[in-house]
Design a protein around this ligand. Sequence first.
Ligand SMILES: NC(=O)c1ccc[n+]([C@@H]2O[C@H](COP(=O)([O-])OP(=O)(O)OC[C@H]3O[C@@H](n4cnc5c(N)ncnc54)[C@H](O)[C@@H]3O)[C@@H](O)[C@H]2O)c1
Length: 439
Amino acid sequence: MRITIFGTGYVGLVSGVCFADMGNDVLCADVDTKKIALLERGANPIYEPGLQEKLDRNKKEGRLNFTTDLTKAVAYGDLLFICVGTPSDSNGSVDTQYVEAVAKTIGEQLNHDAIIVDKSTVPVGTAAKVRTIIQKELDKRKVKHSFSVVSNPEFLREGAAVNDFFNPDRVIVGIEDGDDHARELIGKLYKSVARTNRPLVFTDTKSAELIKYASNAMLATRISFMNQLSQYCETVGADITALSRGMGLDTRIGSRFLHAGVGYGGSCFPKDVKGLIGSIKEAGCDAGIFEAVDVANENQKRSLFPKIEKMLGTVKGKKVALWGLSFKPKTDDIREAPSRVIAQWLIGNGADVAAFDPEATENFKEEFPKIRYGKNPYDPVKGADLLILVTEWDAFRNPDWERVKKLMNTQNIIDGRNIYLGYRDDLEKLGFTYKGIGI
Ligand SMILES: NC(=O)c1ccc[n+]([C@@H]2O[C@H](COP(=O)([O-])OP(=O)(O)OC[C@H]3O[C@@H](n4cnc5c(N)ncnc54)[C@H](O)[C@@H]3O)[C@@H](O)[C@H]2O)c1
């Protein structure tokens, strides 16, 4: 199949590379000339495990190409995937201008029958809007082409995106009523997924669009639920990790997404929860649960501040080391990362901040040029009065604590992900003052 991908970000690039890896011919288009130049040179603008090797191979074998020429991009594919960003606008509602811009380009340029597949996360009703925009442009040009608009939301997780693409829990496909042609083609595209017994779920476009928001909101709710309980645990002397285990063993609940921490971040959960709130309220319905989830998360990101002050007294002039800057391990993505809120507060209150992250340093540097960035986990702890574990990269799981102790000025640790809780006693015996989340 010939596939065009509009938008070569985390979703578009991974989808393009993986579709090519399945044997399809793929052209990835982006308006970001720098990004396309990088990709044409064989470099990769994002860090995603397993992606580079597939990118190199499929490019070399001629199945994967890149362009900034949107006319060429529209002409290329039988399937045209929209994978552009859908950020929050200033009110927290979803800004669909990039999706609409691609729809307009398609309408202006389309010269053959095609299936337009929306992979971006978009509010209910966007498929219909995309159809209207394309039709309007076709009508202006007085040309007739048959086209379908399909909603195919993406559920891949950054850090495991390639694996998720080939082994999804499910593929959701929203199709307009009676569109058998689109159903057949999309079924063919995802045949390899269906062969591994992964469910391909066909539904209407509105439900498909909402499944994406509702899924992210459910996961975010579980995190905020535990985070809020973690604050109560600290107050009454209960242990949030015992709570997670005790609750998670209930098969009706399950153990995933029940860990307390410094709050969720990333390009999806925060904006999708906000987006869902906006859409629900716009429809005149009650979004109370989701509003509470969002507020709890913002509060959780700030819940470290009193802990930091308790350990350091005033933070002014104190040296603070951050381990982990990306919003989660195995990605260089720092969008909405709790590390940003923590770094901002520390710097704003006069702390001297140093940090190490295995992949996200360059991205963080753009926003926080004054932080001292280390080349390994030990660099930032030199002379530090406090070490904060923000993101639980493997590189931080089993450090040489004797070395850390010698390097630090004062042996204070805040474990924002409770990964050192299992040997807290050993750390305390070594002379560290340890504080986790919800314990
Ligand atoms: N990142 C994730 O983990 C993830 C997971 C599932 C779903 N999503 C959703 O997928 C969508 C894309 O997310 P992302 O993280 O890949 O975004 P991103 O910001 O990393 O990439 C979007 C890309 O689209 C490009 N673009 C903008 N306008 C364009 C146009 N008119 N034509 C061609 N390209 C254009 C941008 O230059 C950018 O490279 C969003 O709706 C997001 O919510 C993201």
